[in-house]
Design a protein around this ligand. Sequence first.
Ligand code: C2E
Ligand code: CA
Ligand code: CA
Ligand code: CA
Length: 283
Amino acid sequence: AKAAGGNRFEFADAEADERAITRHGLTHALPAALERGEFFIEYQPLVHLGDGSVHGAEALVRWSHPQHGVLGPDRFIPLAEHTGLIVPLGRWVLQESVRQARFWQEKHADGGPLRINVNLSPTQLHHPGLVADTVEVLERAGLSPGALCLEVTESALIGADEGLLKPLRQLAEMGIDIALDDFGTGYSNLANLRRLPVSVLKLDRSFTQSMQRLPADPVDIKIVEGIVSLAHSLELAVTVEGVETGAQAEQLRELGCDTAQGWYYARPGAPDMIHSLVLMDAV
Ligand code: C2E
Ligand code: CA
Ligand code: CA
Ligand code: CA
């Protein structure tokens, strides 16, 4: 039994080593990957819960790695954060998805309100060029600031001082929406919301998950009800993510959530998919 235990340990160690080696390799490969154009963006629609029409799309970055295949952001965003490569990578994501949003809008004569959501990581928030870069990207693409929503996680803003909030405030004053992502996971003080320049709360997937089996837990229902009513009284819109079934969508709509995102509507996909969904709406 002792030997077996030993073997298991060695096995676990070998796996941990391999993960560390891969992490190391990926970290070093990031800058060249950006130069070689190995990153691409998938878009996932956000729909109005009221009538199911498309409200916009969230840009989600992927890495088409020559050896490891397509890697999801959880594999490399933390590494890019750590080395600072997230700044040029994030700028590329912003530029590419803003250009894409402008293209969708041009393709639909009446496609004005189609919006684009882009994730911002904490390092990007701290980067002094954030506001200037964002303005430049929007101007170059000819997209109005009102069509852009920047998503910042709740945890990135917990305890944020004025120095960190100032650039967000400037962006919000220009008409860009700021969404508080993964809301409800960070134990932030709800009263604190008034201090933050945010206009959208994105309820974390854990809330949506608890609506998966109906009847949902009455306590969860009360919590979501409370968040929605507080958000609306502060004039914030509420988005829910991770909606996988029609029953969830219906429950969340009844609870007053405004927009939703999830596999029930569509998985993240190529830009054409968003285009087709908008065309279907128009019919
Ligand atoms: P997030 O911002 O919370 O994005 C939502 C994640 O949930 C995405 O995972 C999406 O594919 C997934 N998802 C959407 N609908 C469903 C559903 O119905 N069920 C389930 N189980 N999952 C669903 P993804 O694409 O792997 O992205 C993971 C995280 O990586 C994102 O979480 C975001 O924090 C980060 N990320 C993605 N793109 C970027 C980027 O360009 N910049 C930065 N800084 N972070 C990014
Ligand atoms: Ca997000
Ligand atoms: Ca989220
Ligand atoms: Ca998340």
